[in-house]
Every structure is written in structure tokens, then in C-alpha cells.
Design a protein around this ligand. Sequence first.
Ligand code: F3S
Length: 399
Amino acid sequence: MYLTKLQEKMLVGEKGDAIAKLMKLIVKIGEVNNAEKLIPIKSAQIAGVSYFTVGDSIFSFFDLLLKDKVKVSVPSWLNPAGMDRKKWKTMMISEKFAKKQFEIIQNYEKMGIKTTLSCTPYLIGHQPSYGEHLAWSESSAVAMANGFFGARTNREGAPSSLAAAITGLTAYYGLHKEENRKPDVLIDVEAQINHPADFSVLGYWFGEKFHGLIPFFSNIKHVTIDKTKMLASAMASVGSVAHFHIQNITPEAKTINQKAIEEHIVFTENEKRKIYELYDFAEGKIDLVTIGCPHTSLGDLKLIVSYLKNQTLKEDVEFWIFSSNKVIQSKAASSIIENLENQGIKIFADTCMVVSPGVRNNFGNIMTNSAKAAFYLSRDEKINVKLLQLEKIMERVTE
Ligand code: F3S
């Protein structure tokens, strides 16, 4: 692989041991993927934050990096952690967990990484531009960066996104290259896809059927960024899909010759129904309703309020919403948050129902509108998940 003189120096340790180790990781990934060179990135989004998912092994990595006082060289943000930094006790998080979680966040902060703790950086002022090269690691954010914004990133792991954030470099392969961004399958969407949950069901279906491929969706109407993030998150989690096109919507779609796409397939009402049926259970009371995978936008919060109408939440309903701090603390959200909290709905920042033990350890029967959350939560044998459109969820939990 070609390296510049500066990159060679970084690799052999002239810029310190930590930089050398990070460069070795990036170069190794590049060599495995036949990259001919490294390229500069504009930003990094770093996963590996929740103590629930990373455990204690992360601390030796921090020791290595902080010994050399390394700092990020491009704008960099953190993915959700394992708890809300303020309301962790309400989430039934233990003192021991909280202490470790704060330590992890502080260590990232020492490297200059912004502690936004969100999987939707594009909703809070960090929208990538068309053609920009990035190193993002949360799977739904990766798919959104590529598909919705036309930026270019591979699915980075937690260590490789951190390595890219510090060195400002990533290997030039995969979705960074034009020729790898073309669609593999055209999906003619015949089913009615209106609600955000329907978009996530479509994403689930595609991910399960066409693991790792790039779809071109035709005939989807009423597309919004909030609905697209549901589609992207389900495809990414179920099928490791990192890029997609939507006819007349996504920036690269207009460059695609649909007739040149080899495989064409129809997504029908029947397929949609079957995915909803996968996540259903008849027995037992719902312990928790949870919304916010991916993190809710202001628009999502408004939608929840609109479904509440003049009704109230049933007394025995536990209802948790996950969002980013920036959305929750925005001026425009204040009356909405007040309204929701007055109803008894709990709104958490910095974390989510999947990466926090607060949900998994305390609830058995969970209702959500996110196919991604359903997919991950139901892997836990103690948890049953019901997947429904938000409108239907609200009908069931209000009176
Ligand atoms: Fe985001 Fe957590 Fe879902 S990180 S996409 S809310 S699993």
C-alpha cells in the first residue's frame, strides 16, 4: 500500500507509540481489503461507548492512548452510552455500572471527542456533505451517511473509527470507491409504506433476504429523514447493509440506470405482514413501551404528542423514549417534553433501549415501533417483543 512520508513516520513510531499502533491497525485493515492508499476523513463517529457492550477491556486501550496524550484530528462524536448521564438511577442502573460508564466517557473526552452520545449525529448539526469521506461506526448512522447524504464511509469498528479520528485517515476501499456504491437489487415497493415502523419493516425484510447488498428502492412515497433512519437502521442491523438508494430521494439515485440492475423483486403486503408477525406475543401484560431506535428527532416527539391527542397514558404503562441531549434540550422541544413528562412518559438522553442494561435487566414484554430494537432485544431469551406502528401503540396505551 502506498504511504506518504508522514504516514510512514506515523507507522514506525516517530509520532509516538500510540499513533504507531493506530496506524498499524488502519494499514492492516487496508491491506486485508486491498486498499492502494489511505485517505483523509472529514469526521468520525465512534461506537464502543456503552460499558454494557465494551466491558473492562476498553480501559487498557485507553491507557495506551492516553499515555501519549493523543487527541482527535477531525470532528468526532460518541455513540450512545449505557445510561442517561443525569437520570441513570431512574433507569435502574447500578452505582458500579455508572462509575465505569462515566470513566469511559471521560476518557474519550480527554481525546477531544464530543460527548454527544447519539446515533443520529446528522439530526444534531453534523450532517455530512455529498462525497465526503468519513469514518463512522454506528451501523444505522453509517447507512444514513452513505445512502441519505451521499457521503462515503465503510462500517468502521469501534477501534478503527477511533484510529481514524486520531490519525485523520482511513483505508481507501469498499464504499469509499465509486465503483462499489452501485445497487445490487431493485426493490419495487408494492406494499403500503407510510409509518416509520413500516420503513423499518421494509429494511428488516431487505436485510434478512439480501445480506450485505445495496438496494435501490422504487415506488416509496412520503419519504422523510425520520422514516429513512428507521429503514436504514433495520437494514444495517439485520443484514449489515451499509448503503442504499431511494428513487428520486437519495443523492446518488439519479445517477443510477435502473435497467442495469440485474435483480428486481417486489415487496408485497404479505411480506410486510410476515415481518410484523415475527414480533408479536399474545400472552402477558406489556412491561415497557419504548420508542427511539434510532434516537428520536423533534419531529418524532411531535408525532408522539399528536397521537396522545386529548387522551392520557394508562396508569400502569411504563413508557420510555430515547433521544439525544441536543434534541431534548432544544428550545423547540421544551413544551413537547413537558407535555410528555406530564403524561408520565420518561425521556432519556445519551443511551438507548439496546445498549443500556436498564431495559434488558428490568423488563420482559416490550412494545416498540423499531424493527432494529425488536431484532436485538428479542435475542435475549427473557424478552418478548411486540413490533407495531406508533399510532397503534398509542391507541393501546392511552385511554
Ligand atoms: Fe441507535 Fe441504539 Fe438503535 S444506538 S440505532 S438507538 S440500537
